[in-house]
Design a protein around this ligand. Structure first.
Ligand code: ADP
Ligand code: MG
Ligand code: ZN
Length: 482
């Protein structure tokens, strides 16, 4: 790639809001139902049917807007955007045009160096989804339309054209997905299409302030593919310009098998949508109580939590980034720290060892072992009865059998109490070697028991049962209470 040119990228994301019913009618938004079973006169666009705004969709738009540092406009408006396509029964889509519900926000995109780059969000507006066309299905090879998705609420989030590389675009999308997950408004499922991205990209002479001719790449359904598609398209545009060619404003799709984009259609002259205000819907107003209700339960988002993990808990930037990919992962981490203290270790284990086994499903997640169980394993690391290496083996068995670390240790004989007399001798020796700590313990600093247990574990090469050692030590240090 020539260094004389720089890419400029702007992203439009369509995020499905997690309401149980559609935006202007009471039909279900459930994914995967038999075709055309979740429809009514409103979402079919039958004459005379009147749309009625679903307040939950507005609540979620407010939560998203606040999470993206947008101005949430107390008054916005719906417009009709006209175009002809079989998946659009009314012949127009209800969307927001001149007065969106959210405007002027930003998203901080973490970089590889641990810092972040701020990308402005121009607007986030509410609109209805269209239906879904399937082509050539069935014995007759006809095309079919499923309108279950027609009228499902979407928030379209539009970035400014200021993303500077394909990798940064992919990271922007990961961050945006996380923000929406933390706000509880979107399930971040790219495969089911509840989080969809259109990527706009142009190139210009490095340092120039004017925007070049852009290409729009439609509906790429994985972050990796977005990055590859943009890399390919950027190289293509630069090569064309360097060869003295000119660029056309077109819409493309990414073909991952061929590893290239294909032109879908030319943009020129095709975007007269004849927008006008929808006469069936009044202005969309947000009164203070609704705003309160929408935002009261908002918890800190991924950026704020990441910052706290790094600054207050000493977690590495890389681990903090992984831990804030999903709200339940961050919650799990915080619960683990509360139980086991050592935040760095908890972060390192979660990000590198546990996370690959977590099954994420939308806003839900299934963890291979409970927080409590993992804390139990960490306790054996704390008391010195396990090495880091052995702990990983124990974890693998815990994951498989759902048994506790202690049960596995006993069963495997990885830690055995055999000779009680030898253990007693080891305890006596450790106490004799640390008279100052023994005096402090007796004076009330009971937390020191962990230190003594650790010393005995060390002396016995990790082969003692820390519970038994604990008992023996207490009997010696503090006979009255044992
Ligand atoms: P449209 O009305 O055609 O959708 P917008 O002005 O709303 O166009 O822009 C859509 C998206 O394209 C935005 O994310 C914007 O940042 C991006 N964009 C616009 N022009 C360019 C350009 N020349 N290069 C890269 N991205 C662009
Ligand atoms: Mg657009
Ligand atoms: Zn309906």
């Amino acid at each position: 790639m020539s260094n004389a040119y720089e890419p400029v990228i702007g992203l439009e994301v369509h995020a499905q809001l997690r309401t149980s019913t559609k935006i202007f009618c009471r039909c279900s938004t459930r994914f995967g139902g038999a075709p055309n079973t979740q429809i009514c006169p409103v979402c079919l666009g039958l004459p005379g049917a009147l749309p009625r705004m679903n307040e939950e969709a507005l609540v979620m738009a407010i939560r998203a807007g606040v999470s993206l540092h947008c101005t949430v406009n107390r008054r916005s408006r719906f417009s009709r955007k006209h175009y002809f396509y079989p998946d659009l029964p009314k012949g127009y889509q209800i969307t927001q045009y001149q007065e969106p519900v959210c405007s002027d926000g930003h998203l901080d995109v973490p970089g590889a160096d641990g810092g972040a780059r701020r990308v402005r969000i121009v607007r986030a507006h509410l609109e209805e989804d269209a239906g879904k066309n399937t082509h050539g299905g069935g014995a007759t090879g006809t095309s079919e339309v499923d309108l279950n998705r027609a009228g499902v609420p979407l928030l379209e989030i539009v970035s400014a054209p200021e993303i500077t590389s394909a990798a940064e675009a992919a990271e922007y999308l990961r961050q945006l997905r996380a923000v929406l997950l933390f706000a509880g408004v979107n399930d971040g499922n790219l495969e089911d299409g509840s989080f969809r991205c259109d990527a706009n990209v142009s190139v210009r002479k490095r340092g120039s302030q004017t925007l070049g001719t852009r290409v729009e790449i439609k509906n790429v359904n994985s972050f990796r593919f977005v990055q590859r598609a943009l890399e390919w398209e950027i190289a293509q545009q630069i090569a064309t310009l360097m060869a003295g060619g000119t660029l056309k404003q077109v819409t493309k799709t990414w073909d991952d098998v061929a590893a290239r984009c294909h032109v879908l259609r030319s943009k020129e002259g095709s975007d007269d949508y004849r927008y006008f205000d929808d006469p069936d819907l009044g202005p969309l107003c947000i009164e203070a109580p609704l705003f309160e209700r929408a935002t009261a339960s908002l918890k800190p988002g991924p950026a704020a939590r990441r910052q706290r993990y790094v600054d207050a808990l000493g977690v590495t930037a890389a681990d903090a980034r992984v831990l804030t990919e999903h709200p339940l992962l961050a919650d799990y981490f915080e619960a683990l720290v509360a139980r086991s203290g050592d935040a760095k270790r908890a972060a390192n284990w979660l990000a590198n060892i546990v996370k690959p086994d977590v099954k994420f499903e939308g806003l839900g997640a299934r963890f291979p072992v409970e927080v409590e169980a993992l804390a139990g394993l960490f306790a054996r690391l704390d008391d010195g009865s396990l090495s880091q290496k052995l702990a990983k083996d124990v974890y693998a068995l815990m994951r498989e059998t759902q048994r506790s670390a202690d049960a596995i240790l006993v069963e495997k004989g990885w830690r055995v109490v055999t000779d009680v007399a030898a253990l007693e001798a080891a305890c006596d020796a450790v106490i004799a070697a640390h008279p100052r700590q023994a005096a402090e313990f007796r004076a009330g600093k009971k937390g020191l028991i962990g230190f003594f247990v650790g010393q005995v574990m060390k002396a016995t090469g990790g082969q003692a049962d820390p519970k038994a050692v604990d008992g023996l030590l207490r009997a010696r240090l503090d006979p009255a209470s044992a």
